[in-house]
Design a protein around this ligand. Structure first.
Ligand SMILES: Nc1nc2c(ncn2[C@@H]2O[C@H](COP(=O)(O)OP(=O)(O)OP(=O)(O)O)[C@@H](O)[C@H]2O)c(=O)[nH]1
Ligand SMILES: [Mg+2]
Ligand SMILES: [Zn+2]
Length: 303
């Protein structure tokens, strides 16, 4: 006797957006279905692959596939998942408003520890003040982080510099509010018609324009791009001190010279990192960021 009539039909799909209680899941067929997680399952985010079951009009998320990676931030109180299963992170910056080096450094550490390739997109390249942003990026340029200048209002320029990088990959646009993430998205995926601050200003609505993370398909390739709301804080409470050091690639060689295996690279004698700092091989701003982040980790209760 067949048991098929009692088995729910399950299908696999990818979460393309989340809205508090429900999610939109895209099936292999291209159909997009509104789904509720079964039970109290939380922690699902954009980019996740899930199994869903449908029964009439209702669809439930039954299971979450193992993730390749997950980018998130966290502080004492809560953690916030940005996206899962991404190939590369585009940190979007601009000179007006001027980007924060601290937040950029944090995003780079989070990418490094999640094994996600980071790029910096220096947007608003049309503005004369762009050279000021470039000067601030020097420590990261020296480190080898690729910095790509874009002018989001010129979609041909955006395509020219980004198409080769985006092809067949899943990329996340991340950055502070007003840097131009949604404008870049619109240049690449005109059908997205994402609201930007240009619209918000015209409508007289609030400053933070994008309110939820969303995944889009790029035309002319199997690549995907994810737009996200601007962030103002980037806590890294989920990292261990070892993770933190792993996020500072320029420390790796120097650490071999530390006398103590559990060196925190602060006050210990014969510390390779401090020696590299003094010799000018490690940028003082990067070392200061490391100290700040380590202090922050140590002052937080573990959970
Ligand atoms: N001059 C100039 N302005 C730009 C450029 N790209 C975006 N802008 C403007 O910058 C403002 C912010 O752009 P958005 O795309 O809304 O920024 P966002 O990063 O998506 O902001 P949130 O959604 O709040 O995180 C808008 O007024 C855009 O028109 C650019 O390349 N040059
Ligand atoms: Mg936006
Ligand atoms: Zn050390």
């Amino acid at each position: 006797m067949s048991t098929q009539s009692t088995t729910l039909a399950t299908q696999t799909g990818q979460v393309i957006s989340g809205h508090g209680r429900h999610y939109f899941v895209e099936l292999k067929s291209g159909d997009i279905i509104k789904c509720f997680p079964r039970g109290k399952r939380g922690g699902i985010c954009v980019g996740d692959w899930v199994d869903i079951s449908t029964q009439g009009e209702r669809a439930a998320i039954e299971g979450l596939h193992e993730r390749r990676n997950l980018l998130y931030r966290s502080d004492e109180l809560r953690s916030k998942q940005f996206a899962a299963n991404i190939d590369q992170l585009f940190i979007v910056l601009a000179s007006e408003p001027m980007f924060s080096e601290d937040l950029t450094g944090r995003a780079l550490v989070a990418a490094g520890t999640a094994h996600i390739t980071p790029y910096i997109l220096l947007n608003k390249a049309d503005l004369a003040s762009t050279h000021l942003a470039k000067a601030r990026l020097q420590p990261l340029i020296k480190l080898g982080v690729p910095v790509i200048e874009v002018h989001a209002l010129d979609s041909a320029q955006v395509h020219q510099v980004l198409d080769p990088l985006l092809r067949d990959k899943t990329s996340l646009l991340l950055g502070q509010s007003g840097m131009g993430k949604s404008t870049i998205l619109n240049a690449l995926v005109p059908e997205a018609q994402a609201h930007t601050q240009a619209h918000s200003e015209a409508l007289g609505t609030g400053r933070h324009t994008t309110t939820s993370t969303k995944l889009y398909h790029l035309p002319n390739s199997t690549g995907k791009i994810i737009d996200s709301p601007g962030f103002q804080a980037f806590g890294i409470a989920h990292l261990s001190p070892d993770d933190l050091v792993r996020g500072f690639s320029e420390f790796h060689e120097a650490i071999q010279d530390c006398r103590f295996y559990n060196c925190t690279h602060r006050h210990e004698p014969n510390c390779g990192v401090v020696a590299a700092l003094e010799a000018g091989h490690i940028h003082p701003e990067r070392y200061a960021l490391y100290q700040r982040l380590l202090d922050e980790l140590e002052s937080q209760p573990k959970y």
